[in-house]
Write a protein of this length. Structure first.
Length: 237
C-alpha cells in the first residue's frame, strides 16, 4: 500500500492537474501515533483525497501548544489547495477546536471527529490523581476532564462544518463503569456531542479501534464528500 501511495505521489508531481483541490489533515489521539491512522489515510488516498497524516508528541505538551505544533505545519503542506479538511480521533478533535478558536483557516472544508471528548471524560476525573497518570498521559491528559474549566468545555460551540461519530462498544468494562450511559470505553456518547455540529452518528465500535473500522471509514468519506453521514433510506409507504 505504501508503494502505491508513493507512486500516486510521483504522478501528482509529474502531472499536477491530477492533484485534488482538497487536502485532508489526520490527527491521532492521546498517547497514539500516526500509525493508528494509517489505514484511514490509505483509504482516503484510494478515494482520491490528498492526506497529511500528522504525528505529534501528544503527551509532551499541553493542548494549547500541541494544537499549533501539530496543525500549523500540516496547513503549510496543504498550501495551494482550495479546501482543507480534518479527520481526527479522540483528542485530535480537541486540538482542531483549540486551533480554530485562535486561527482562521480561510479555506477550511469539513471536519470529522471520531470519539472526541468534547465535554471531557469521566475517566480523567477519576484517574487524574492516580500515581503515574500524569507521567503516562502528560499535561494534555489532565486537561480532558469534565469540569467547567477543562479545555474541551472552554472552547465553545462549533462554528465550522463538523460530523461526529461516537462509539457504543467497549473492551474495557472497568473504565466503562466510570462512564455514565453508553460509551466506547473511554468517552461517553453524550460527551462526543458538540453544540453547532452538523451531524452525529452512533456506531457499534470501540474507542481504541474505531478509526480502523471499514464501516467508520466509509462514513468518514461520505461526510467529507456530502456534509452528512449515510443512513438507510426510509421505507416507502
Amino acid at each position: 500500500m505504501k508503494t502505491l501511495r508513493a507512486a500516486f505521489a510521483c504522478l501528482l508531481l509529474l502531472f499536477p492537474s491530477l492533484a485534488s483541490a482538497t487536502c485532508t489533515i489526520l490527527l491521532h489521539g492521546l498517547g497514539r501515533s500516526e500509525g493508528s491512522m494509517e489505514k484511514l489515510a490509505d483509504r482516503l488516498e484510494e478515494a482520491g483525497f490528498q492526506t497529511i497524516n500528522v504525528d505529534y508528541p501528544s503527551t509532551v505538551y499541553p493542548i494549547e501548544a500541541l494544537a499549533g505544533k501539530a496543525i500549523a505545519p500540516a496547513l503549510d503542506q496543504c498550501a495551494g489547495n482550495d479546501a482543507v479538511h480534518f479527520v481526527t480521533h479522540s483528542m485530535g478533535g480537541i486540538l482542531v477546536r483549540q486551533y480554530l478558536s485562535r486561527v482562521t483557516v480561510p479555506n477550511l472544508g469539513r471536519v470529522v471527529m471520531l470519539g472526541p471528548p468534547n465535554k471531557g471524560s469521566e475517566v480523567v476525573d477519576t484517574l487524574r490523581d492516580v500515581p503515574g497518570f500524569h507521567a503516562i498521559l502528560g499535561d494534555a491528559g489532565l486537561q480532558l476532564g469534565t469540569e467547567e474549566e477543562s479545555v474541551p468545555n472552554r472552547l465553545g460551540p462549533a462554528n465550522f462544518e463538523v460530523g461526529i461519530i461516537a462509539g457504543t462498544r467497549s473492551v474495557n468494562p472497568v473504565l466503562s463503569q466510570i462512564i455514565p450511559a453508553n460509551d466506547d470505553g473511554k468517552v461517553s456518547v453524550e460527551s462526543t456531542r458538540l453544540k453547532g455540529m452538523s451531524d452525529h452518528l452512533e456506531m457499534p465500535v470501540t474507542h481504541v479501534f474505531m478509526m480502523q473500522s471499514d464501516e467508520v471509514i466509509a462514513q468518514v468519506i461520505h461526510f467529507l464528500r456530502f456534509g452528512r453521514f449515510q443512513r438507510p433510506a426510509p421505507p416507502r409507504t
